[in-house]
Design a protein around this ligand. Structure first.
Ligand code: AMP
Length: 401
């Protein structure tokens, strides 16, 4: 019997994930990830489940474009049985700009909007658009079945006080300069999954969701609505990230420009590609290195400590927006799901708010997808595996039906 599959593409800043998901059961028929694209000083790795691929050449996947072409030509196209079962394609798109407020079926004008919004998500939207164009070319019969699911959709109900900057209002009104947030697909999935785990209605759930990966953000959700988030106009604001600085005093930019004669392009490159964990550790943006060397290398320790400290500051300020109503603090993303050390350093600085770890549970990494790491007397602290692909598949099916 033929299957009805959704092909989901999720291009992050350093990885490309893809899945073929059954449109009824939402079971994964095939899934894969190309990790560590563009990560500095680390090995690119490649994994797939449910399929065996041999003799592939890792070094060629240094960009999203290479990785995507490999996936299409060596997996999707060669498996004719799979190829014919694909009924739609779901794309993660980071920034929908001012105009797009929810998931949409892709056409020329949507592609144009995504392109224009690239100025707000330079590391992401261009890669997302590339995936859309490639897929339309390779699967022309599904031209009208490509759906864009936006990270920014999750933040459409942020209150004005959370999304406006303290700059002349005209910049918002005329040019759409505001805080848009990012990682919305992941935070949305985490909110729904947490509601399921703790058996609470989504409409009344209150959580702080920490998505800690190469990109990192914190969102606070009150009664099922995101009321504030750490990323802003672009995914550069907020926490310290793999290669992104997160919050800085904008005067640093004037300083570089006026005193160090740096061009705007160089400054942008410095803040988006050379800062964060890479800049602080002076070694790599790969968090595994800093975690491993935490007790033996001063620079690695510095990077991890600053990462956690900044996270503590965001969690504690968001805590006061939901305070006693809080259902859980949730960790997700490559670092959130795997770094015993980051969770320990972070939660230990939040004890006065009522958070306490169970060391035993915190160490239970990798045994389960979702697990609780808090002590009995603590506010619940959960580690939940994010699944942006399922969220994208559900949205895609909803739209094409
Ligand atoms: P993501 O963007 O969610 O795929 O996460 C990527 C980040 O997670 C990279 O900085 C990785 O080094 C980090 N990461 C992955 N596995 C681990 C681990 N076991 N311990 C610490 N960090 C990890």
């Amino acid at each position: 019997m033929s299957k009805k599959l959704v092909f989901v593409i999720n291009s992050g800043s350093s990885s490309l994930k893809f899945s073929l998901i059954d449109s009824k059961s939402y079971k994964r028929f095939l899934t894969g990830i190309v990790e560590c694209l563009y990560l500095i000083n680390t090995n690119i790795s490649w994994k797939t489940k449910n399929i065996s691929i041999k003799n592939f050449f890792l070094k060629s996947y240094s960009t999203h474009e290479n990785a995507l072409e490999f996936i299409i030509n060596n997996i999707i196209k060669k498996k004719i049985d799979i190829f014919n079962d694909i009924i739609s394609v779901g794309h993660r798109v980071v920034h929908g700009g001012k105009k797009i407020k929810s998931s949409v079926i892709i056409n020329e004008s949507i592609m144009d909007i995504i392109k224009k919004a690239s100025c707000f998500a330079p590391l992401h939207n261009s890669v997302n658009l590339l995936g859309i164009k490639l897929l339309i070319k390779i699967l022309p019969f599904l031209r009208k079945k490509n759906v864009a699911v936006f990270d920014t959709s999750f933040y459409q109900r942020l209150p004005e006080k959370a999304y406006l900057y303290g700059i002349p209002y005209i910049f918002y009104k005329k040019y759409g300069i505001r805080r848009y947030g990012a990682h919305g697909i992941s935070h949305s999935y985490i909110m729904k999954k947490t509601a399921e785990i703790i058996c609470k209605d989504i409409m009344s759930i209150n959580i702080i969701s920490c998505h800690l990966g190469n990109g990192a953000s914190v969102s606070v959700i009150k009664n099922g609505i995101c009321i504030d988030t750490s990323m802003g106009l672009t995914p550069l604001e907020g926490l310290v990230m793999g290669t992104r600085s997160g919050d800085i005093d904008p005067s640093f930019i004037f300083y570089l420009y006026e005193n160090m004669n740096m061009e705007i392009k160089e400054i942008k490159n410095l803040l988006t590609k050379k800062s964060g964990i890479l800049g602080l550790s002076e070694e790599t943006s790969d968090f595994r290195f800093s975690e491993k060397k935490y007790f033996s290398n001063k620079k690695a320790k510095r990077a991890v400590d600053i990462f956690s400290y900044k996270l503590v500051k965001y969690i504690s300020s968001y805590f006061f927006l939901i305070a006693k109503e809080i259902d859980a603090l949730v960790f997700t993303g490559g670092i959130g799901q795997n770094s015993v050390l980051v969770r320990k350093l972070t939660v230990s600085q939040l004890s006065s708010l009522g958070f306490e770890l169970s060391e035993k549970f915190n160490n239970e990494n990798g045994f389960k997808n979702n697990f609780c790491i808090s002590s009995k007397k603590s506010i619940p602290i959960l580690v939940v595996s994010t699944d942006e692909e399922i969220e994208i598949a559900k949205e895609t099916i909803r739209l094409i039906n």
